[in-house]
Write a protein that binds this ligand. Sequence first.
Ligand code: KMT
Ligand code: NI
Length: 178
Amino acid sequence: MIEAWYLDECNGDQRLPHKCDPNKPVSLEELKQLGVLHWKLDADIYESDPVLQKIREEWHYTYNDIISIHKDTLPNYEEKLKMFFEEHLHLDDEIRYILDGRAYFDIRDKEDKWIRISMNKGAMITLPAGIYHRFTMDETNYTKAMRLFKGEPVWKAYNRPADDFEVREKYLNSIKSA
Ligand code: KMT
Ligand code: NI
């Protein structure tokens, strides 16, 4: 449900997979070393899922809402997609649970190379505060995702360069020893 790979060097349509030839897969262990956590859940029962409930309690993900990303459901669709695909960071963790459809999250590795994380229905991910990343739809152009947050949500994104934030330094330190 979660698959990751290094992006190729070509700058074509962002919705295409852009795998290298041959593919350079990235393991879940490598993602973990970059501070990226993930879960596989049963999205058909998200409203009453005890496993999701337990994760939310354990990680204090008190807030949640649902965003349906499709040209007919999301106001300013094109504009928002453009924004999501700008390389950025947040001061808090970005937690997303794919309830339907598919999407890609791209993150930077320790050498600043792009890793693409493919997320299908049932995949939940936490991108740590301070990691540079971006988001895109795939060719299916549809995602329904739960957004979770610790406390009152802050969606503010800081486009790269955003290296002077303490959270950036903290993030870099956290992956040094991993
Ligand atoms: C972000 O900050 O990258 C996003 O919110 C991506 C879209 S939410 C599925
Ligand atoms: Ni983000």
